[in-house]
Design a protein around this ligand. Sequence first.
Ligand SMILES: [Zn+2]
Length: 248
Amino acid sequence: MIVRDPQAIRGDWSTRPRDALPDGPARLAALVGAEAGEPMRHGKRLGWPFPPGGLLIHLGMSGAWVPGEEPPHARVGLRFGDAVWWFRDPRRFGALIPCPAARLADRLAAGLGPDALLAALPGPALAARFRTRAAIKVALMDQGRLAGLGNIHAAEALFRARIHPAIPANALSDDQWEALSRAIVDQLRDAIDAQQDGELVYLTEGGPNPFAVYGREGEPCPRCGTPIARIALGGRSTFYCPRCQPAP
Ligand SMILES: [Zn+2]
């Protein structure tokens, strides 16, 4: 194990380096070894068993595991035989949390709703988790209701489902919940495919914008050509097509 930044090692789910675990490197060394099990995921959190130890991971905004030569902004390196996997994190919001393997699953899901993809809900069950007057875009990002959608994927899923982002969640119709149920799964599947194809570096390293509406204010809607609009909801920018996603 190689620790370049002890503050990447945290005691709990925190995006702040100042919440570093005081004896982080020693705790990490005690719980993470050379024999890794199958990684798990719940929402934006990852669990990596190293029985009997383990590691909880939040990638933050810019974290990634990369094999090979030490990259810039490496925080921690794990050795597997001759190979090293580096936790690279330029913005330092990412967290590595040492955790016994037996507790990984519980801590992974603590405080979160069902995973939006691994436990995808049909329309009626999705509606039941969103009995709130909050704008649907804001509610979709509430990880306690549904885990896995952030600012971008919530906006993109609403575009796919043709739902205006400011509609109160409890005002959606049954047909809209069905459309949203399908759109969430399609959006996350496509995003994972794009990530594996190396197309999602837009946010971390620049390059072409791979999204339909996110970051495209004033550009033509890919479906109807109407200029994409931007509004603030819950303090975050959200993007939508005023024609495909009509106001209620
Ligand atoms: Zn449109």
